[in-house]
Design a protein around this ligand. Structure first.
Ligand SMILES: [Zn+2]
Length: 275
């Protein structure tokens, strides 16, 4: 399945394995995915606003005319506010995605519009402000296998981690797993909506294939060794959080021993009632 890779424009396609591509953006260092079967394409995450979604949809059309489905790794705006550019394509997400997006969409929009205005990115702020939020129409509870023609892709929820509704997309024949923000490459994991005590076990469900490539929600694809290193960090942070919540160590000690900067450790502690 030959693919012409376009390195121009705001994004950059990279073919990881035949018919399995990632596209990287400077904006938030976001990484989205595209999986090509013989009959269908699968777009993984849609970027953060109407304009960004339209750019991605155009970039997908530049590579393939196959009918596309969309899957959203989780309901943080940078991964899903561009969905409107793809509908009426089927849009998959975890069964708890919609509740989270319903509860937080306007808060996310407000907070990030304010941020973009504050840093002088007025066009991005305007695009975000006028974005129509599109909700998925296909939900994943038990694992779902999508047949793209000549290749299958498995969608599954490994358990609470970065959010309570993270979805992992595994391209079985290519041994590539798109894991959303369960892994981040080049930045600390984000704990705003996280379940720090359960994240390591959930991520553990995804690891274990020695030739696997892991595509994080931000940054470059990761080797099994890189993913395992982050897993170890998340486990040590979970142990510190558990220690604080049991009253065995203080917050300051947890911050001092934590594998991440203070702000990140405190965000994790706040999610287990310790910060
Ligand atoms: Zn996220």
């Amino acid at each position: 399945m030959a693919v012409t890779v376009d390195s121009e424009g705001t994004g950059h396609w990279r073919e990881l394995r035949p018919g399995v591509l990632v596209r990287r953006y400077a904006e938030l260092d976001l990484t989205v995915g595209l999986v090509l079967g013989d009959e269908q394409a699968l777009v993984i995450d849609t970027r953060g606003d109407r304009r960004q979604g339209a750019e991605l949809a155009e970039a997908v059309r530049g590579l393939t005319r196959l009918p596309a489905q969309v899957v959203l790794t989780h309901a943080h705006f940078d991964h899903c506010f561009g969905t409107t550019a793809f509908t009426p394509a089927p849009v998959w997400s975890h069964v708890d995605f919609t509740a989270h997006l319903t509860a937080t969409a306007e808060l996310q929009r407000e907070a990030w519009t304010r941020h973009y205005r504050a840093v002088g990115e007025t066009e991005t702020a305007a695009a975000l402000a006028e974005t129509v939020i599109e909700f998925p129409d296909r939900s994943v509870d038990e694992p779902v296998v999508l047949d793209l023609g000549g290749r299958t892709v498995r969608l599954f929820h490994p358990g609470p981690g970065h959010t309570d509704h993270d979805l992992v997309i595994r391209v079985e024949d290519a041994a590539v797993s798109f894991v959303g923000d369960l892994l981040e490459n080049g930045a600390c994991p984000d704990f705003e909506d996280a379940h720090p005590l359960r994240w390591p076990d959930s991520l553990g469900q995804v690891l274990g294939h020695s030739d696997e490539l892991f595509v994080p929600g931000h940054g470059d694809p990761m080797s099994p060794e890189q993913a395992a290193r982050q897993h170890t960090e998340l486990r040590s942070l979970a142990e510190l959080c558990a220690g604080v919540s049991r009253g065995e160590i203080g917050e300051r000690e947890a911050v001092a021993q934590g594998p991440y900067p203070e702000e990140t450790v405190r965000a994790a502690l706040s999610r287990v009632g310790g910060g």
